[in-house]
Write a protein that binds this ligand. Structure first.
Ligand SMILES: NC(=O)c1ccc[n+]([C@@H]2O[C@H](COP(=O)([O-])OP(=O)(O)OC[C@H]3O[C@@H](n4cnc5c(N)ncnc54)[C@H](O)[C@@H]3O)[C@@H](O)[C@H]2O)c1
Length: 340
């Protein structure tokens, strides 16, 4: 008999770190299977039932996992983030789309074999939106899930398409089969804003100028910010993002009318970031040296999101607003990190 477990791909990443810690703290008996191309650190390894160094493109390895485990939930975090996907679009597409397809297939096979739904948690992004210019963006204000859906980056297009794939696997998978299967993929996606973690360094997202500013200031390093002071994006601290994933996973299916949800916490300019960082690190030095091409990408992402659907259907609520995030979560943790 297969072992019941939860699979986390991209386990060694920023979200993976926090997610494994939170999941295993809430339920120490949960069997977490962690997969990443890079080995996870010792502390995380001890929290997992099995850790695998492997590639989501390796279908032989995925078949082996399917033979050993009966996954109840899959958190599919592995991805090539926006900056790298824009430099290497074919690689971005392969990992972000074909890789996701491999995991959706795993979930579909397992749900059909067991007759029980497999929850598939997918971290989408505000990159799935595409606004034509900064004026339209600022006029649009809080965007809803079904607005401005012409993504402009390879990463955003990949995320948007995977949301569509999720809808296919959730509702229409092999719809012409004469007999429908009892179990299906229960696809649930969140369009995350830029995430800020105090414990892990950002790894090449276009919204990373905010967290990078803080990590540079904490180390006494000057930071060259690639967007202008006025650049505005929605952000959220990592703890809230992880709570959202866990909350959506736990939400009763009958309450959910959508497969993709916005969630928000605070929307700030790059200057507001700098100002709050100077409050805690008075010597912080940021040079605003906009890179016109990267700025264009930021300009195509919404300034803020409408998350009323998530609030209504699964009780989403952020814990940290902008000032509380720095005062109580980011600054104490980042100071501790660099004082070591
Ligand atoms: N961090 C953010 O601000 C943010 C915002 C929106 C959405 N997301 C999404 O959340 C997810 C996790 O993001 P993160 O910030 O933890 O990113 P990250 O880059 O820190 O982590 C991604 C992990 O995936 C692994 N990975 C990459 N290619 C792989 C492959 N082929 N096989 C197996 N593992 C592979 C990497 O080694 C890395 O550990 C991603 O899907 C990302 O698109 C992140």
């Amino acid at each position: 008999m297969s072992t019941k477990a939860v699979l986390i791909t991209g386990a060694n990443g920023e979200i993976g770190h926090g997610l494994i810690t939170q999941l295993t703290e809430r339920n120490p008996n949960l069997r977490v299977v962690a997969l990443d191309v890079h080995p996870v650190n010792k502390e995380l390894k001890e929290r997992c039932h099995e850790t695998i160094v492997g590639d989501i493109m390796d279908t032989v390895m995925i078949d082996r996992l399917a033979a050993f485990y009966d996954f109840q939930s899959i958190y599919h975090l592995a991805a090539i983030l926006s900056t790298k996907a824009e430099r290497e679009p074919v690689l971005g597409h392969r990992i972000n789309v074909d890789g996701t397809l491999n995991l959706l297939e795993l979930a579909a096979r397992q749900s059909r074999a067991s007759g029980e739904n497999v929850k598939f948690l997918f971290p989408s992004s505000i990159a799935a939106y595409g606004l034509p210019d900064v004026e339209t963006k600022m006029r649009a204000g809080k965007v809803k899930e079904d607005e401005w859906s012409s993504a402009r980056t390879m990463y955003g297009i990949n995320k948007k398409y995977c949301e569509d794939l999720g809808r296919y696997y959730n509702w229409y998978y092999r719809q012409t089969d004469p007999q429908s299967a009892a179990g299906h993929v229960d696809f649930r996606a969140i369009r995350f804003p830029g995430l800020i973690s105090a414990v892990t360094l950002p790894t090449g997202g276009t919204s990373d100028y905010g967290p990078e500013m803080m990590h540079f200031a904490a180390q006494g390093k000057e930071y060259n910010c690639f967007v202008p002071e006025t650049a505005t994006l929605p952000f959220m601290v990592m703890v809230d993002a992880i709570n959202a994933l866990l909350q959506l996973e736990a939400a009763p299916a009958k309450n959910l009318t959508a497969l993709v949800y916005n969630i928000g916490a605070f929307s700030v300019t790059a200057k507001e970031f700098y100002d709050v960082i100077k409050k805690y690190f008075p010597g912080a030095k940021v040079n605003f040296a906009p890179d016109a091409l990267r700025q264009k990408i930021v300009d195509s992402w919404p300034a803020d999101v409408d998350d009323s659907l998530a609030k209504r259907e699964w009780g989403w609520k952020h814990e940290y607003d902008f000032h509380r995030a720095f005062e109580e979560y980011l600054i104490p943790a980042v100071k501790q990190r660099y004082q070591k």
